[in-house]
Design a protein around this ligand. Sequence first.
Ligand code: SAH
Ligand code: MG
Length: 216
Amino acid sequence: MDLPVDERLRDLITRAEAARGFMPTDEGLALHRHAAEVTVDGPFLEVGSYCGKSALYLGAAAETRGRILYSVDHHRGSEENQPGWEWHEPDLVDPATGLMDTLPLFRRTLHEASLERTVVAVVGDSPAVAASWATPLALLFIDGGHGSEPAHADYEGWVPHLVLGGTLLIHDVFRDPAEGGRPPFEIYNRALESGAFAEVAATGSLRGLQRTGRGI
Ligand code: SAH
Ligand code: MG
């Protein structure tokens, strides 16, 4: 039986808070709010699914707004998720291949939240998917690889697909290099310096921008 709207939303937010991943609650709630408040038509897309934490925050809003959330990830982990790196979680290695595989957990998270019709997993290398993508997006959340090359490739590959008036969200933006890597901060600056974006809000390391112009 379907839950009343406010109970359903509470359930999804509780699940998001409990899900594995890299999204503090205040930033996750901001993510949800940005998505709930989009003013333009089109689906949402996130780069960086991992185990589905941000997909629950965004998916809850997608469900309410009647949108689809595409969640792009090759599910092999970023550089910092590999063995020997700071953010490695050994139980996420597939023993058959010896490689990271977050897809089973991602699917389970979405199944348990009954969001499988709202959130669509796109499994593949982000720049390769972006290169043949054709659907204009109302919201884009960039939280994929945080190295210089992947972060700039995500900016260049995905931002042109965002419609005028659409929302660009970037995670892990740290002005001070002591707090974290620079590339997300660099692409945030790229967006601002292009003149095609206006900053709307900042919550922790999450930046919310709105596309106001064409020349990216
Ligand atoms: N948004 C998630 C965290 C994402 S972690 C949360 O809320 O918890 C970053 C993810 O980006 C990892 O799962 C990694 O596999 C993915 N990633 C890194 N580089 C990628 C690439 N080139 N293509 C697709 N996914 C990539
Ligand atoms: Mg992040």
